[in-house]
Ligand binder design. Structure first.
Ligand code: SF4
Length: 291
């Protein structure tokens, strides 16, 4: 058993508990649990490509946002326990199915086991670390040499919203510091045949009523070296029935004004979304497929 689980500080919550005996705030013990491992077509085009990314959806989440679209796995308990050896086999199976990459979805609370699995089998395709942004920079440092692409959210600038909707104090501070470490590891985005081989994509999901907060994030991102990352501005927010003020879609005005601000700031390398992307049939079934 990996020693980091004995007094867990894998994310900024730093629960300090022994996950070989109990579950942390992420809802998970030291046993790796996965809800689905399959080809997935709903990421950015440079990740999904034609064949799909080899998405491994881990159970649990260090964040627990009120509007989570994957609530069935982030807090609903869906998932099946696997060993590090089985996880390594899953990587191989997805590679053999033609996946363009291995896409580790919400991996932070199992990072040491993922490293263990990658020591057993290192696929020849890129490893994508698809995370919520509430990362500890020290934990990201430990991934150096194992991850080719970071696909990281930056959800909030204001601590008020981070605490209100995700109970995640100092979210932006941790996300921005971790982004610095990610950029140092991967360097500038490297694309081959339209597929991202290494680099960082910063994802930002626009939320109802929070366009000013989105713009504050963009202003901080614009201070980073030009071309050092790709930006993915997402409009696919779906109301999940929690906080009443979030119980609507993002309007065209809200989303377009955020996109306009990104362009004004020179953040033009990356992706925007059609508003029609907000459809719940993009949420996969967490039925244990491929586990
Ligand atoms: S990964 Fe889980 S147990 Fe570890 S510090 Fe974060 S929330 Fe706590």
């Amino acid at each position: 058993m990996v020693s980091e689980y004995k007094s867990c500080a894998l994310c900024p919550r730093r629960c300090g508990i022994d996950r070989t005996k109990a579950k942390g705030r992420c809802g998970e013990s030291a046993e790796i649990r996965i809800a689905r491992a399959a080809l997935h077509l709903w990421e950015e085009p440079c990740i999904s490509g034609k064949n799909g990314s080899g998405a491994v959806f881990f159970s649990g989440c260090p964040l627990g946002c009120d509007y989570c679209q994957n609530a069935a796995i982030s807090r609903g308990g869906a998932g099946k326990a696997v060993s590090a050896a089985r996880l390594a086999e899953i990587f191989r199976e997805l590679e053999e199915k033609g996946a363009h990459n291995i896409n580790l979805v919400t991996p932070t609370h199992f990072a040491p086991s993922i490293i263990e699995a990658l020591e057993l089998y290192r696929p020849k395709i890129p490893i994508v670390y698809n995370c919520g942004g509430y990362e500890s920079p020290e934990a990201v440092k430990n991934l150096n040499g194992y991850v080719d692409v970071y696909l990281t959210d930056i959800k909030y600038f204001s601590d008020e919203y981070a605490v209100k909707y995700s109970r995640a104090p100092r979210y932006f501070e941790y996300a921005f510091a971790s982004l610095g470490e990610m950029l140092a590891q991967t360097g500038e985005p490297r694309l081959e045949g339209g597929l991202l081989k290494s680099g960082v994509i910063v994802r930002h999901l626009c939320l109802p009523g929070l366009r000013r907060d989105s713009m504050s994030i963009l202003e901080r991102l614009a201070a980073l070296p030009k071309g050092s990352f790709l930006l993915s501005l997402m409009s696919q927010y779906l109301p999940m029935g929690y906080a009443p003020e979030l119980n609507r879609r993002v309007t065209s005005f809200e989303y377009n004004s955020v996109v306009k601000r990104a362009v004004e700031l020179g953040l033009t390398e990356g992706y925007t979304q059609e508003r029609s992307s907000a459809r719940d049939d993009f949420i996969p079934e967490f039925n244990g497929e491929g586990v």
